[in-house]
Design a binder for this molecule. Structure first.
Ligand code: 1GP
Length: 244
């Protein structure tokens, strides 16, 4: 079980490393090459698949990834269309920093029956979008306003609300390709005030940024763009996570 794995890692003081694959940013051959690199050790613990808008087929992408790796593949859907029963699990995201009912319950209703029937692991996740200096696809596509970068107290209150609603993970998201990751101060504040595992992603491009995010308290980190641009950083990033 994926959630158990993240929780157990956290209980042992270990961090979890996830690589995000956006199906639209890969050709079939580049995807196979990337997945082969992800299989090397040290490497990620799991693979997330999704994006704010995905035009290529999620199902084919997941099938191709599964064919080339034994790593768990988790859906990270931008909307109800992004589902594949071939995945091992799904982050069932509530966009709790936003006030758009479509991303709080609408897409969930559209996809719930199919997800339940598939039997894949469902991980209820509080998704909190932070303004990290640029407009992001997720903010535009979800029609929600992110939490201001310098307002950790709003992120904390939002994370607490998510936990009280029964969500099992909190994901602090700067947005894919963000100019900078979520601040250390905000990560520390959310970590201090929540007891579920904390995921941090968006804008992590350098070893130093990765170290800071981990040191500030992320239990799991997600890296997409930096690895898409240069997969040679993978070993470096994976060893930083495993030593943290
Ligand atoms: C985006 O948090 C993920 O949803 C990863 O972001 O592409 O900036 O690494 P990057």
């Amino acid at each position: 079980m994926i959630l158990n794995h993240i929780q157990e890692n956290r209980n042992k003081g270990k961090k979890t490393f996830a690589v995000l694959i956006d199906p639209d940013k890969q050709s079939e051959s580049s995807l196979i090459d990337l997945v082969k690199k992800l299989n090397q050790k040290p490497g990620p613990d799991l693979i997330l698949v999704g994006g704010s808008i995905v035009l290529n087929g999620i199902d084919q992408t997941v099938a191709l990834i599964k064919k080339n790796t034994a790593l768990p593949v988790i859906l990270f859907p931008g909307n109800a269309l992004q589902f594949s029963a071939k995945a091992d699990g799904i982050l069932f995201l509530s966009l709790i920093s936003g006030r758009n009912p479509d991303f709080l319950i609408g897409n969930h209703v559209l996809s719930a029956t199919r997800i339940k029937k598939s039997g894949i692991e469902v991980i209820p996740t509080g998704y909190i979008l932070i303004n990290s200096g640029a407009d992001t696809s997720v903010s535009y596509m979800s029609n929600t306003v992110p939490i201001p970068y310098q307002k950790p107290e709003i992120a904390v209150a939002t994370a607490i609300a998510g936990e009280l609603l029964g969500l099992k993970l909190i994901y602090l998201e700067a947005g894919s390709g963000a100019p900078r990751p979520v601040s250390d101060e905000m990560i520390q504040a959310v970590k201090k005030n929540s007891s579920v595992p904390l995921i941090v992603g968006g804008g992590i491009k350098t070893p130093k940024q990765l170290e800071n995010v981990l040191k500030a308290g992320a239990d799991m980190v997600v890296v997409g763009t930096a690895i898409e641009k240069d997969s040679s950083i993978l070993t470096d990033f994976a060893s930083i996570v495993s030593k943290s």
